[in-house]
Design a protein around this ligand. Structure first.
Ligand code: ADP
Length: 269
């Protein structure tokens, strides 16, 4: 079957007339499928050898017979191997997200609960060097996939910790806006130059390669966030000014909102 991408634009003097342009994207679709399967298979094949290498490096590091001069190189090697493992895990997550358009499990997700856990983890990651606060509507739950939403929201919060200096403020909000449920992470860190904003959710795209690598990221976090949100019919908006922090917002459609009280009543009655 042929796949068509259709675009319709107003045409001519009268607004009623439209020009419809069709493009055969069958080839593009197949190429994309080949790329997707290749990345998934390559990541899967690399995972086991890397895990084995990391394990042996760790036992060498700890062995009493290891010369002292070897310990530091061994630690460095294991850190790099662990970094590769994280990248592979994120690539596998992305491949899984690309396999189908919708989350397999649709459940009522206790977002307030997830946020409280994420804040605890963020505080551990920050080592108490950031002022993290959360304003959460405790009654607002969301219809979706729990593991996917957790990974999207935690990526945004951990990014705020990783990409801002000590002393930065991080404000997390979860509430029902006029447009629908919204999750927001705002920080007062260095921000992002505007020319980078449109490309930020691309795989491995980073504003400052060296610094981001140092922060321990894989460069895949925002790509994962975008995929998860697409699958939940949600929208990611990023606004930032250089030197004035960044705001990442996820806006969901109204029909995904669930209210805790209603659920409690139906559960008991
Ligand atoms: P990484 O693993 O590098 O964090 P991401 O895909 O999560 O990869 O983010 C892409 C890039 O966006 C980061 O490398 C960083 O340059 C930038 N970025 C993300 N969040 C923030 C933030 N809160 N403040 C400043 N820059 C950010």
């Amino acid at each position: 079957a042929m796949m068509l991408s259709l675009r319709s634009t107003p045409f001519g003097e009268r607004k009623r007339q439209r020009l419809v342009v069709g493009r055969d994207i069958t080839k593009l679709y197949h190429l994309n499928m080949i790329r997707r399967d290749f990345v998934a298979n390559a990541s899967h094949e690399l995972r086991t050898p890397l895990t084995v290498i990391s394990g042996f490096l760790e036992s060498l590091e700890d062995a009493p017979s290891t010369p002292v001069t070897h310990r530091r190189p061994l630690t460095l090697m294991r850190n790099q191997t662990d970094r590769m493992c994280s990248i592979i895990e994120d690539l596998l997550t992305l491949s899984r997200l690309e396999m189908n358009d919708r989350p397999e499990e649709q459940e009522s997700v206790d977002i307030p609960d997830e946020i409280h856990l994420i804040v605890q983890e963020a505080q551990a990651l920050s080592g108490g060097r950031h002022a993290i606060s959360a304003a959460v509507d405790e009654d607002l739950l969301l219809l979706g996939s729990q593991p996917e939403l957790r990974s999207a929201f935690s990526n945004l919060v951990f990014n705020a910790v990783k990409h801002t200096p000590a002393g930065a403020r991080i404000d997390i909000r979860w509430h029902n806006d006029d447009t629908g449920p919204r999750f927001t992470v705002e920080d007062d860190g260095p921000g992002i130059p505007p020319e980078h904003l449109p490309r930020l959710t691309e795989r491995f795209y980073r504003v400052d390669r060296a610094r981001s690598r140092e922060s321990g990221g894989t460069g895949l976090g925002l790509a994962i966030v975008k995929h998860v949100l697409n699958r939940h019919e949600a929208r990611l908006s990023i606004s930032s000014e250089l030197g004035r922090g960044a705001i990442f917002s996820c806006t969901f459609l109204e029909h995904r909102a669930l209210v805790r009280r209603e659920i409690d009543i139906s559960a008991t009655g």
